[in-house]
Design a protein around this ligand. Sequence first.
Ligand code: F1P
Length: 354
Amino acid sequence: MADLPGQLTEQEIRAQPRLWADVLASFHRHLPQLTDLWRSAAPDQVLLTGCGSSYYLALSAAHLLQAALRVPCRAFPSSEVLFAGEGMRVWTRPPLLIAISRSGETTETVWALQRLREQGATTVALTCSEGGALSRASDLPITLPVEEHSVVMTGSFTSMLLVLAALAAALSGDVGAVEGLHQAPGLAARDLSALVDRARAFAGAASRPYVYLGSGPLYGIACEGALKMTEMALVPGYAYHTLEYLHGPKAAVSPQTVVIGLLSSRGSPYEAQVLKHLADLGAVVIAVGAPVENLPAVRFAAEMGTVPAMLLAGLWMQLLALYVARARGVDPDAPRYLQPVVTWDTSLQIGGAR
Ligand code: F1P
């Protein structure tokens, strides 16, 4: 059979159930160091930073960490940390910085970690590549056993988010939540073939606007789903906080619009109303994670609102982008204009006050 476009990317998407089990085992090996760092630094806020998919998982992780640790947790694109200069230093106690990077070589993220460490932050580098620049610059490097060859991030995204969710649960002493995360690999293995079928069923060749809606930690997942559709299928993907879509962007809805609505446990009655309203306006609307009357849905074995359900939503959106790419004759293994790592000439100086 002729090689299908995106075979490498598809293999790595499908390998996530097994990968998650390996990553959780690795997490438990790193947990003593992370716990010691958390106790010795005793931060009263957590900053997270990364670029692209790594920034989007930082957005989701910030929600999970803040809900568990009850301290302010905020996520920034690495470039925003850089350009903020002294503006970031608004703390009384030095914060904990978690810098996220699959490659561990993204220049902006390395610079951001160096900048905040100079300003007194305690720094953790979460990567999937041993001994890179980010790890070397950090107080504590955490490298996950994720060997990803696709340009776009797939299992690295879900794995680093899973580890940060496990960190939130472990540091808050929520043993039940940690045990719940250990269900994720089995739930994903059980759901995988059904998720492949549901992605194939919805994928079409037309370049239609794909709108991804999510609230709370699902907003970062929605951003990642939109990025995947753009990176893999060259189709515009747009992400919004679910109810925000009613405040103007819905003006663009047409029968060409495809809406992917990620249902949260907290906001789902309102989110369901939004999705039904958009279907009434003529959009193709898919409810993800819970049923919404009269709408096609993607369901998971994982309970709505849990981290495994969030990870499965991310995995399903990776599959959707893959099958849209194939329908369009686009090869996700060779995404247009993209490279696995974005680096900058280190001679460039950041303008303005440091
Ligand atoms: C981050 C990143 C990805 C993007 C592309 C280029 O890399 O920007 O988010 O999808 O693959 O690299 P990293 O800092 O996580 O290695």
